[in-house]
Design a protein around this ligand. Structure first.
Ligand code: CP
Length: 316
């Protein structure tokens, strides 16, 4: 069954078409238009790891489109604690639902689920692997700000080793000809297999540990949290915790249209002084998760989005 496990599951043309769909759905996400395209459909939310945005935006997306949601809920209160395997859990939820959004601590778990499911699986994050639905909302946000995805100068900063959002996003950005700068402490650099993949596809990549010197040329700065939960040794985390923190004062030489993004949650990577600047885009980015996930669920469920949804005047 088709699903979305990595960005390789989408062509560039499909990405653009899905972003166009998402844009048309903005009034529905805002609740100013009611469009029950997914009435009668049930989303299964299987989150084996904590989540606020991904889980809630999937739920909002399905409910705004007239569908319903069943949640695994807290793993501690599920039969996982009795020893039920992922395979068996998927067999059950496959029968209860029409589509599944899943997050799991193990890299590759979403592909494993997809291989045995009869309903589409949307990967909501698999360990330090991929987070492609986040990438779709990230691309939506970038296009909203810059009007294009092509040939932009993007800085991805922070924990590039364990951060699954930047693994998925870097693949997508380079496919659109963006020049990508990876800014991280050396112990958290982008995995070499990803760098090799990107270079073999002709991507323009720079690696650095100096974030500040790349601010003035960036169109997008994408900050990430250091993924404390993925460190095998807490003392290693302590060495890099707080490695990068953006303040409003760091942005004096930034381009006027440069945007700062973050998949959230932030811990201390972006000082609150940045929130009031024209560059801050992370809360709109989180909202865009609703339209991006609406478009993906409609696509996977074979539902066409009408081209004539009445705009609510809120703009893209
Ligand atoms: N961006 C993101 O994946 O956030 P959550 O962990 O809250 O879902």
């Amino acid at each position: 069954m088709p699903g979305l496990i990595t960005m390789d599951d989408l062509t560039n043309e499909e990405i653009i078409s899905l972003l166009d769909d998402a844009e048309r759905l903005l009034p529905v996400a805002r609740g100013t238009q009611y469009l029950p395209l997914l009435q009668g459909k049930i989303l299964g939310n299987l989150f084996f790891e904590p989540s606020t945005r991904t889980r809630m935006s999937f739920e909002t997306a399905m409910k705004r489109l007239g569908g319903d949601v069943v949640n695994l809920g807290d793993v501690k209160n599920s039969s996982v604690v009795k020893g039920e395997t992922l395979f068996d859990t998927i067999q059950m939820v496959d029968g209860y639902t029409d589509i599944i959004a899943m997050r799991h601590p193990r890299q590759g778990a979403a592909q494993y689920a997809c291989d045995s499911a009869t309903v589409p699986i949307l990967n909501g994050g698999d360990g330090a692997g991929n987070h492609p639905t986040q990438t779709m909302l990230d691309l939506f946000t970038i296009r909203q700000a810059h009007g294009t995805l092509e040939n932009l100068n993007i800085v991805l900063a922070g924990d590039l080793r364990y951060g699954r959002t930047v693994h998925s996003l870097s693949h997508a950005l380079t496919r659109f000809g963006c020049e990508v700068t990876f800014a991280s402490p050396s112990s958290l650099s982008m995995p070499q297999e990803i760098i090799s993949d990107l270079r073999s596809e002709g991507a323009k990549i720079t690696e650095t540990d100096d974030l500040l010197s790349h601010i003035s040329t960036a169109d997008v700065i994408y900050m990430t949290r250091i993924q404390k939960e993925r460190f095998p040794d807490e003392s290693e985390y302590a060495k890099v915790a707080g490695a990068y923190k953006l303040h409003a004062r760091d942005l004096a030489d930034a381009k006027a249209e440069m945007i700062i993004m973050h998949p959230l949650p932030r811990v201390n990577e972006i000082d609150p002084t940045v929130d009031k600047t024209r560059h801050a885009r992370y809360f709109e980015q989180a909202f865009n998760g609703v339209v991006a996930r609406m478009a993906l669920m409609c696509w996977l469920l074979g539902v066409t989005i009408p081209s004539d949804i009445k705009s609510d005047g809120g703009g893209a």
